[in-house]
Design a protein around this ligand. Structure first.
Ligand SMILES: Nc1ncnc2c1ncn2[C@@H]1O[C@H](COP(=O)(O)OP(=O)(O)OP(=O)(O)O)[C@@H](O)[C@H]1O
Ligand SMILES: [Mg+2]
Length: 592
């Protein structure tokens, strides 16, 4: 959706309002320097008339002294103008970046299904840079030249009204193309930035998945695909530049044509003795000032239009509506949090697949301290259920409540404070082991981190890493193995010490020996905690209080292993397939 320029301008100005003091200083410097430049021309007139033409050395000296003083003042003013205007540009950019990031980091996860991360990154980096250049220089260039244009025209009038009418006739001729081409530039600039963002998104994904890219010899294909994005970006940019070139050419031609006419008319007057040489010099100087001001404005206006395009893209991010928000008056848990989790008739389908519910009228009550295993074939909706407990999505119907409070009535932050999850793909962040384990409790002491790592049987391998706990895990934990990531993720959950624990295939990447150990640790952790455990290997859920079987989004049965073996065909099949394997037959014996 295209927003009007004035809406964008109004919204952009909101970012400037906190800095009125700086804007005032910059504006004073701006007006001061523009005034001095215009005044300087008066000196030129004096120098020409009184010095050169009149042949008086004394008045020439005086005039030159004045000129030097004005020039020094000009230098000081320019310093202040440049410093404060650039300051504003940097400040506003920093504020916009922060505002956009802190807005999107809170957005509901569903938003990121249609908005690629690379695209968002590009907006935060390249679009803000564009705005920085506009606020930090183009805007001041535009303002300065606007002052010069207006001031220059006034002085032109004072110097010679007759010649000035020539200038005035030209102004509408110049403004027309500026507006026409300017609008085109903005539109093209927007698509040019969109293309750049596509390029960025492409790079991001292929680099993150570099091993898969190379393992499948996909580089050639990626190369071609990437080139297409880059070439499209180039073509769009070229169109934009073409418009800009047209704009500048038209304006320049008109301006210099007008100048030629003026000099011709003025020259006649000097020849006829109606006008002094100094007057004509001053007049031409003003005319040149006005002309170059118009030229500069016409260039800068397309910069401004580009920035408007960039601002529009940033505003879209800033205005993206968060679908998962705290209600106006969120309810709070009682002082003593118990951890009763109740799902009532819960139905949910992902926004991209409205017609196929991933969860279909699920009702489940998990009492405080109880542990329930969710089992079922791949795609049954187990992980989806966890997403709903964490309120990453809201169900279409039914409710999910914790200690009797519908989670929609809670601040999601308060809800999530009581939950820890070890997800199916354990997530690591660029940083060292300390930071990754402390993720859910940044204030935990070193001793607490070590204790958590020990419980997760992670201590052993961490100590063997080159720098122990100070070892960097690399982007997304690329420097540790899948099983090691899992153990760090478990340590993270243990350290958070929540009342509710969600384990999604938490030990699936471990060897039998480590799995047994970690399993023991998890069982200790699950004691007296409300826990939901997803497991494909039924042997790992032998000690839970209850097993719930999910199939295609339906909760088809619940009970103990022994009960389900009798009553639930799907479960019995899953169990028979797994336990007929001799390697796990000993576990089979131990099942409840
Ligand atoms: N973001 C999404 N958008 C649309 N559909 C999704 C999304 N995530 C999952 N699904 C679909 O929802 C269904 C349930 O997925 P879910 O991840 O909950 O399965 P699961 O039981 O955890 O399976 P697995 O055991 O393989 O992890 C699947 O059919 C899946 O394709
Ligand atoms: Mg899953």
């Amino acid at each position: 959706m295209q927003q009007s320029s004035s809406t964008i301008l109004r919204k952009s100005l909101a970012f400037l309002t906190p800095y009125t003091k700086q804007i005032v200083i910059a504006s004073i410097a701006l007006v001061f320097t523009a005034g001095l430049t215009l005044g300087l021309v008066q000196y030129v007139r004096v120098i020409v008339d009184k010095g050169f033409v009149a042949g008086s050395t004394e008045s020439l000296n005086g005039a030159i002294l004045g000129f030097v003083i004005v020039a020094l003042l000009q230098a000081a003013g320019t310093f202040a103008r440049f410093y404060w205007v650039s300051w504003l540009g940097e400040r506003v950019t920093a504020d916009i970046r922060k505002a956009v990031y802190s807005h999107i980091i809170d957005l509901h996860p569903g938003y990121f299904e249609d908005n690629l991360s690379g695209e968002i990154q590009s907006r935060i980096t390249t679009d803000t840079t564009l705005i920085q250049s506009v606020v930090g220089s183009s805007a001041s260039i535009a303002l300065r030249n606007l002052l010069m244009m207006v001031g220059g025209t006034i002085f032109l009038f004072i110097t010679n009204p007759k010649l000035t009418s020539v200038v005035l006739i030209c102004i509408p001729l110049v403004i027309g193309p500026i507006l026409y081409f300017g609008r085109k530039v903005r539109k093209l600039s927007r698509s040019s930035q969109d293309e750049i963002a596509n390029v960025g998104a492409y790079v991001g994904e292929s680099i993150q998945q570099i091993k898969t890219v190379q393992a499948y010899n996909h580089q050639g294909h990626d190369d071609a695909q990437f080139s297409r994005h880059v070439e499209t970006a180039f073509k769009v940019a070229l169109n934009r530049i073409l418009m800009r070139s047209f704009l500048i050419t038209v304006v320049m031609t008109l301006v210099f044509g007008a100048l030629a006419v003026m000099i011709w008319v003025g020259g006649q007057d000097v020849i006829n003795g109606v006008m002094s040489a100094g007057e004509l010099t001053a007049f031409v100087a003003y005319a040149v000032l006005v002309a170059s001001a118009v030229g500069a404005i016409s260039q800068v206006i397309s910069e401004l239009q580009r920035a408007a395009g960039a601002m529009e893209r940033l505003m879209e991010l800033l205005e993206a509506e968060n679908e998962i928000v705290a209600p106006a008056n969120p309810r709070h848990f009682e002082a003593e949090f118990k951890g009763t989790l109740e799902l009532k008739d819960l139905t949910f389908s992902y926004p991209s697949r409205p017609d196929t519910p991933a969860l279909n009228s699920i009702s489940l009550l998990v009492k405080p301290g109880e542990s329930v295993a969710l089992v079922g074939p791949s795609g049954a909706g187990k992980s989806t259920l966890f997403d709903l407990v964490l309120r990453f999505y809201d169900p279409q119907s039914g409710s999910l409540s914790l200690d009797g409070i519908n989670i929609r009535e809670l601040d999601p932050k308060e809800l999530r404070r009581h939950i820890a999850i070890v997800s199916q793909q354990p997530t690591m962040f660029t940083g060292n082991v300390w930071e990754n384990i402390r993720y859910g409790r940044p204030d935990a002491s070193d001793a607490e981190v070590r204790a958590a790592a020990e419980s997760a049987f992670a201590n052993e391998f961490i100590e063997k890493l080159p720098q122990g706990y100070d070892s960097y895990l690399g982007e997304s934990g690329i420097r540790v193995s899948g099983g090691q990531k899992q153990r760090i993720a478990i340590a993270r959950a243990i350290l958070k010490d929540p009342e509710i624990l969600l384990l999604d295939e938490a030990t699936s990447a471990l060897d039998a020996e480590s799995e047994r150990k970690v399993q023991l640790a998890l069982e200790k952790l699950m004691k007296n905690r409300t826990s939901l455990v997803i497991a494909h290997r039924l042997g790992t859920v032998k000690n839970v209080d209850r097993i719930a079987v999910l199939e295609l989004g339906h909760l088809i049965a619940q009970g103990s292993h022994a009960e389900l073996m009798k009553t639930c065909e799907l479960y019995a099949n899953l169990a028979n397939l797994q336990f007929n394997d001799s390697a796990v037959s000993d576990i089979k014996q131990a099942l409840p």
